[in-house]
Design a protein around this ligand. Structure first.
Ligand SMILES: NC(=O)c1ccc[n+]([C@@H]2O[C@H](COP(=O)([O-])OP(=O)(O)OC[C@H]3O[C@@H](n4cnc5c(N)ncnc54)[C@H](O)[C@@H]3O)[C@@H](O)[C@H]2O)c1
Length: 353
């Protein structure tokens, strides 16, 4: 997608709420590349050092106050990169502040009630909201859409696999070292803890690709969990049925497993495989492969990835060159994720409906 820049002075001012890993290692490098479209002007974090570090890298103002950032008229677009539990209230505040657009990192919200509140505020204020579900904007995924013919109607199996190298912060949390430092370790013998970790896996990791699963599964009211299990030290295995399809979700942060980030849709006559790059890696797009009747079509990789194209789309929306994506499907994604998380929890704890 090409968006005319109209000169540097017409660049969109970006304000970051939350200046941690994702802001630093994903969004700042992308915005540096798209500096004809965007300029980071204000950075807010609850930690002065975080706000200052990020702001000084890009010559922006630093603040500890969300209200101050939202009142800054040079900020056109707000990027919400804070921890999950703050997203909903911050999206609402940014919409009410009359910003031109909001980019909210995944997960959009943590509950269906929050999602409904956002839908109402979005409709009322008309502020476009983009959820940082980067794979839905990955050129490899968009190429898959052009390849897959009637697979959304015929697929019987949908499979999402996300195997990542261990996350240092999580591993530290779980180790003896953290216990010595006075932090609680993880009690894998406590069913409530295991259930909570499973829910975290769905809303923190699986959520990345649940919007892709939902393209093949618009209706999930009859969702049933056949198997749900925590993968140690952190991950999940789910086998589910909904709308006559089998849905398999595997996610793990595990040093012994080969990294893999793949989505598959399999039907009686055709199969789609989309292989994504690891998150945080700005190494081009996914590769889509569609096999049907002995023919194999491969599309990708493309130079851009979903992180880059979500910002390009945002610029195009603000410029009036692209329609804002409807918020409702993203809200249904949250309903889907919450339904899986709750059903998985009940399955583990032996709760019957
Ligand atoms: N799209 C992706 O690939 C991807 C990858 C990782 C994380 N994420 C999402 O991005 C978000 C941030 O993740 P991260 O890895 O950068 O976490 P992080 O912990 O590294 O950074 C979060 C930052 O937010 C700050 N913060 C805490 N409370 C805040 C508040 N109330 N208001 C503003 N800032 C606050 C923290 O001080 C910290 O600097 C999470 O929601 C996460 O799910 C997305």
């Amino acid at each position: 997608m090409h968006v005319g820049n109209g000169g540097r002075s017409r660049r969109l001012g970006v304000g970051f709420i939350g200046a941690g890993s994702v802001a630093r290692t994903v969004h700042l490098p992308v915005l540096a590349k798209l500096d004809d479209l965007f300029e980071v002007r204000h950075v807010m974090d609850v930690l002065p050092e975080a706000a200052q570090t990020v702001a000084s890298r890009v010559g922006a103002r630093a603040t500890l106050s969300q209200d101050e950032l939202l009142a800054d008229s040079t900020v056109d677009v707000v990027a919400i990169c804070s921890p999950d539990q703050f997203h909903a209230a911050q999206v609402v505040a940014a919409c009410r502040a009359g910003k031109k657009a909001v980019l909210c990192e995944k997960p959009f919200t943590l509950t269906s009630a929050e999602a409904a509140e956002i839908a109402a505020v979005s409709a009322e204020t008309g502020v476009p909201i983009l959820v940082g579900a980067m794979h839905t904007m990955d050129p490899g995924w968009l190429a898959a859409e052009r390849l897959w013919h009637d697979l959304p109607e015929t697929a019987h199996t949908l499979r999402s696999t996300i195997i990542l190298p261990p996350n240092t912060r999580f591993i530290e949390f779980a180790t003896e070292t953290s216990r010595q430092a006075g932090m609680p370790g993880i009690d894998y013998d406590d069913p409530q803890v295991v259930a909570a970790l499973l829910q975290m896996g769905v809303l923190g990791l699986a959520i990345h690709d649940l919007p892709l699963v939902r393209r093949f599964l618009p209706d999930f009211d009859d969702l049933t969990v056949l198997h749900a299990e925590l993968v140690r030290p952190f991950g999940y295995e789910f086998v589910m049925r909904a709308a006559g399809r089998t849905i398999e979700l595997t996610g793990a942060m595990h040093e012994g497993w080969k990294p893999d980030w793949t989505f598959e849709a399999i039907g009686p006559d055709a199969a789609l495989t989309v292989r994504f790059t690891p998150s945080f890696v700005q190494g081009g797009s996914a590769v889509a492969e569609y096999a049907c009747g002995g023919q194999r079509t491969v599309s990708g990789p493309y130079a851009a990835n979903g992180y880059e194209d979500e910002w390009r789309l945002l610029a195009a929306i603000v410029a009036g060159a692209a329609d804002p994506p409807p918020v409702d499907p993203r809200i249904d994604d949250i309903r889907f994720a919450v339904a899986i998380a709750m059903a998985g929890r009940d399955h583990l704890l032996g709760v019957t409906a």
